[in-house]
Design a binder for this molecule. Structure first.
Ligand code: SF4
Length: 377
């Protein structure tokens, strides 16, 4: 598989060995800049590193520009003076190339286009505007051009690939993406990444595997229109997870019909499950069985909810075990950074393998939270 070259999406390096970046998209009306900024802040607080914002009409361009200007700092990017690098805002553009030009003008770090929906001369105008623009990059990196995502989909394939798509959808998508990549390179523009998303998990995996062997461009990976929070999370975990396990994917987006903050949480969970990146505590809990003697289901859920929503713990990669009995529990709890192994109406608290207390069931939650939070200071 070809190794990826690196591009900058504003302050975020993508490809070339950079950590897989988590992306999401706002679902507010972009013209309502206050609401959109509120959602961008919520996404960044949850760990989103690249935010896509749709720009559906020219009337919304001033609000889009304000979102770019007032976007919050990326988590953990603050300098000693308190200055942070702004989260990159990507404009999502369909059909109208003039909106892409407006987004570049507004200072977007990137634009996502499907070039198959535009005349070639207009795509070239976008590419030239992106190449000429400069957006602040990361410390030590020169300011970058506006990045472009070439996002092809089955609905806008060139005529000669449409028929092929009936029998070989992944192959047709990949060829369409590579044609545009070649065209961009002919125009001297290399700050692009590619996506070949599909709502079929199988086609998504097949297309990206094929694409990854044919280009060194960074790849944005996701399963499009995945579904509700429950079913979409599973489809995304299977599709994105299979690709990341193969080393394919430089930015990821979990697409869910729901609060986009959930997309970010699921994306981080996928990264953590593969051991690629971790943000905040990982809760390990047993499935419970006939030996369980305390209410482990509620205890584990409460531990996960309260630790996961604690901003002081967001940057810490720690594991917390919540185990249901004295048979297997102590061993698992001992291997985590912190843990509980429950018994009959009570439980043992572990701190890095050491037993620190035996407490009644009613005190276990608070004691565990205090132990974990105390270690954050
Ligand atoms: Fe059952 Fe104990 Fe294993 Fe939990 S840790 S599943 S209670 S044996």
């Amino acid at each position: 598989m070809a190794s990826r070259r690196r591009i900058m999406v504003g302050a975020v390096p993508v490809g070339g060995g950079a950590p897989v970046a988590v992306q999401s998209m706002t679902c507010t009306r972009t013209g309502d800049a206050d609401a959109t900024l509120r959602q961008v802040r919520a996404l960044v607080a949850a760990g989103c590193e690249v935010v896509r914002v749709s720009l559906p009409t020219a009337e919304e361009a001033p609000a889009f520009a304000r979102v770019v200007r007032e976007a919050p700092a990326l988590a953990g990017s603050e300098s000693a003076e308190g200055e942070g690098r702004r989260v990159p805002i990507i404009a999502d553009i369909h059909f109208d190339w003039r909106l892409a030009l407006a987004a570049v003008e507004a200072g977007a770090a990137g634009v996502r286009i499907n070039p198959g929906t535009m005349a070639e001369k207009h795509v070239r105008e976008i590419v030239e505007a992106a190449a000429d623009a400069r957006v602040p990059a990361a410390p030590g990196e020169p300011d970058a051009p506006v990045a472009i995502r070439i996002g092809v989909n089955a609905g806008s394939l060139p005529r000669d690939l449409r028929e092929r798509a009936q029998a070989d959808a992944p192959g047709a998508l990949v060829d369409a993406a590579l044609r545009w990549a070649e065209q961009f390179e002919e125009w001297g523009f290399t700050a692009y990444k590619l996506s070949v998303k599909s709502s079929s998990v199988r086609d998504t995996i097949a297309a990206y595997r094929l694409l990854a062997g044919k280009t060194d461009a960074p790849l944005h990976v996701g399963v499009t229109e995945a579904g509700t929070v429950w079913s979409g999370s599973i489809k995304s975990a299977v599709g994105i997870g299979a690709l990341l396990a193969d080393g394919v994917g430089d930015t990821i987006r979990v697409s869910l019909t729901g609060d986009p903050v959930e997309e970010v949480r699921v994306a981080w969970q996928i990264l953590a499950a593969l051991g690629l990146r971790r943000r905040g505590p990982e809760v390990i809990s047993c499935p419970t069985c006939g030996r369980t003697e305390v209410d482990i289901v509620n205890l584990a859920e409460e531990v996960e909810r309260r630790l996961g929503s604690d901003p002081a713990l967001a940057g810490r990669a720690i594991s917390v075990a919540v185990m249901g009995c004295r048979v297997n529990g102590p061993e698992e709890a001992r291997h985590a950074d912190y843990g509980i192994a429950a018994g009959a109406g009570e439980g043992v608290l572990f701190d890095h393998g050491e037993r620190v207390a035996t407490l009644p069931e009613g005190q276990l939650l608070d004691a565990l939270l205090e132990l974990v939070r105390g270690s954050a200071g």
